[in-house]
Design a protein around this ligand. Sequence first.
Ligand code: F6P
Ligand code: MN
Length: 358
Amino acid sequence: MLYAVVASFSLGYTLRAPAPRMEAAASASTDAAFGASHTSMYTDAVAKDSYDTLEEVLAEKMADTELRSVLMTMFNGCGTITEALRKELVTVADKQASVFGDVQLGVDVLADDLMWDICKTEPLIKEGASEEEPEVREMHADGKFCVCWDPLDGSSIVDNNWAVGTILGIWPSSTGILGATGRDQVASLVALYGPRTTVFVTLDDGVYEFTYGANGVDGWLCSRDRVEIAEESKIFAPANMRAAQDLPEYGKLIEYWMTNRYTLRYTGGLVPDICQQFTKRQGVFSNPTSDSSPAKLRLAFEAAPFGLLVEKAGGKTSDGISGNSILDVKITGIDQRTPLCIGSAKEVERFNEVVLQK
Ligand code: F6P
Ligand code: MN
């Protein structure tokens, strides 16, 4: 492919992009013909005559029958949270129980209580841990799996009626959660509550998307299978831009994305900001940290489950420190925080080169 140098910075790092002048010329003529509508990417999904159900796909693509049953229970939980979000007004919870100082909303408590109820009634679950509380609790001594959840990510945007989500990581009881890494997970699952509810889940041979209550079906239909994230991306989701005040290299990376006419797709909700990578089949979510803008994302509740999903879909992750995969970071504390970059492989490599200088 033809490459052109587009910017050179004092760090000595030269940023290169696929022939941007030619692209710029091409996009200028398209702009003239159609307005700038081509900067948006639309779906290429075509309606199918029939869709497989969750039960059918799990029977074929999840060999471990016990894990299959736990996943089924979790999907049901996400269905219940969907219904609750449709009906509940967003108000602060009567009792503020978060030890992390986060404001708890009625919907946070509702989703969390539901997750605890699921763990109590599912004998396969040995340990449970919620982002709302800093401890791993034993549920059933002879259970097979340990589950970590963020019941409702996006508390600061749910009042806007923007998309929010549930994030779940499942570890085998042989490793547990503390002392394990994200790579030890046997599965992870993320529910995205938008106009529709979609769940992205790791099955034996890749990442699948299921949609709740679509096409008049009561339950989950498989709406995408074996999702793949391309190496390159033209969209970007730059979180924690405050950190660019301390890290000029982060400012330079953002400048690179702008100079090269990438399209900004960022909501401030981790779930929609990363899940777009599964539907657009590309993307990068960057969240470096600095002394005055410290890490906010939780390793066990957020970064590790997303890391498994994105890497299983062919994407890449960076722990934001060594540049290695987030899946290799040891979980030493349940509330451990981490920087993160995740998405299309080439963009994560660019983050490592520009921001971490690796
Ligand atoms: O749980 C962390 C989170 O709410 C993510 O969903 C989101 O990416 C991030 O915080 C947004 O942080 P801020 O509100 O500081 O921009
Ligand atoms: Mn969260």
